[in-house]
Design a protein around this ligand. Structure first.
Ligand SMILES: NC(=O)c1ccc[n+]([C@@H]2O[C@H](COP(=O)([O-])OP(=O)(O)OC[C@H]3O[C@@H](n4cnc5c(N)ncnc54)[C@H](OP(=O)(O)O)[C@@H]3O)[C@@H](O)[C@H]2O)c1
Length: 289
């Protein structure tokens, strides 16, 4: 069985790595905050002291990191993974990044004769834990075939969208709509309550209407209980909307609605809500805190 190097053990990565380990894969792991990997070490994973050391000691590297800047540092920094990888080794980047950045990492990998594929995921903490993510991939068929047994463990479905960057592009569109839908729903709820409609009626009627995104039914308990433990941190949806905005610019497309939504999340982050779940935008719109 191939040895997997897993870098980035946050909300998503820790659960994805755990599923690979449960299935019998040997892991070598790296996370900036080491303690987050201790549950994997207890079950036999090996600790890499740097991304480079992880890459030197595995067959395939998977990264699940926060932002393009962090991916770049972990890949190309002084003890970055690209300095440890062997010729022809495979790097699967599951972090949500923008398509032009995915292409940049592919280009960089080629300089080191490394194979790169983009494989971001749709689905949050729950699907990551139950191995039911959706993988949106970009890259060549041979490389994706090599990665597909891993995708099948961490996810329920894999869709190949074409060349490098296309997986990232599709993922960005999904999160663009997620952010926009969240703000639209939170705004309607706030307004409905202000007009004196019972909250339960608002949920029941709006959520059974085709005009509301189905994902809002999953988010409902957070809004009802006013508890926002992060499944998907608000700071990361703001990051994703920012990446969408960059891509819109690069492709000559005007996206006014996207940019307004992005700035609403930016305001909430500025008010200290960045580490809460992105659904806390409701709390922000309602109370301005
Ligand atoms: N949560 C979701 O629902 C979800 C769903 C789909 C895709 N995603 C995407 O998946 C990626 C990971 O998300 P997540 O929710 O797992 O986030 P998270 O819990 O915040 O984890 C982020 C990871 O990046 C690492 N990191 C952050 N800054 C770093 C730095 N300066 N140097 C080194 N490592 C750093 C963190 O290390 P530390 O542990 O040391 O902070 C952690 O391993 C993001 O690209 C996100 O957009 C998230």
């Amino acid at each position: 069985m191939k040895k997997i190097g897993f870098i980035g053990l946050g909300i998503m990565g820790s659960r994805m790595a755990a599923n690979l380990q449960k299935t019998g894969y040997k892991l070598i792991i790296y996370n900036r905050t080491k303690a987050k990997g201790s549950f994997l070490l207890e079950k036999g994973a090996i600790l890499g002291n740097s991304p480079k050391e992880v890459a030197q000691n595995c067959d395939i590297v998977i990264t699940m990191l926060s932002t393009p800047e962090v991916v770049k540092e972990i890949a190309t920094g002084k003890s970055g993974l690209l300095h440890g990888m062997k010729k022809d080794q495979l790097w699967i980047n599951s972090s949500t990044v923008n398509p032009s950045f995915a292409k940049e990492m592919h280009q960089k990998s080629m300089e080191y004769q490394i194979r790169y594929i983009d494989a971001p995921v749709a689905g949050t903490k729950g699907p990551a834990e139950s191995g039911e993510l959706l993988f949106l991939t970009g890259g060549n068929h041979k490389d994706l075939e090599e990665a597909s047994p891993l995708f099948d463990i961490m996810g329920k479905k894999t869709i190949h969208l074409g060349e490098i960057g296309k997986g990232a592009a599709m993922k960005m569109l999904i999160n663009q709509l997620l952010g926009q839908s969240m703000v639209a729903f939170a705004e309607a709820l706030t307004m409905g309550e202000a007009m004196g409609i019972q909250k339960e009626k608002l949920f029941n009627i709006l959520l059974s209407s085709p005009v509301v995104a189905p994902v809002m039914s999953i988010i409902r308990p957070k809004l009802e209980n006013d508890t926002y433990e992060a499944h998907f941190p608000l700071k990361w949806i703001q990051k994703d909307l920012h990446l969408s905005s960059i891509s819109a610019y690069e492709n000559g497309v005007a996206t006014p609605n996207l940019n307004v939504t992005k700035e609403i999340f930016a305001q909430a982050k500025q008010h200290g809500l960045g580490d809460l779940d992105f659904s806390a935008i409701y709390k922000f719109l309602k109370h301005k805190k």
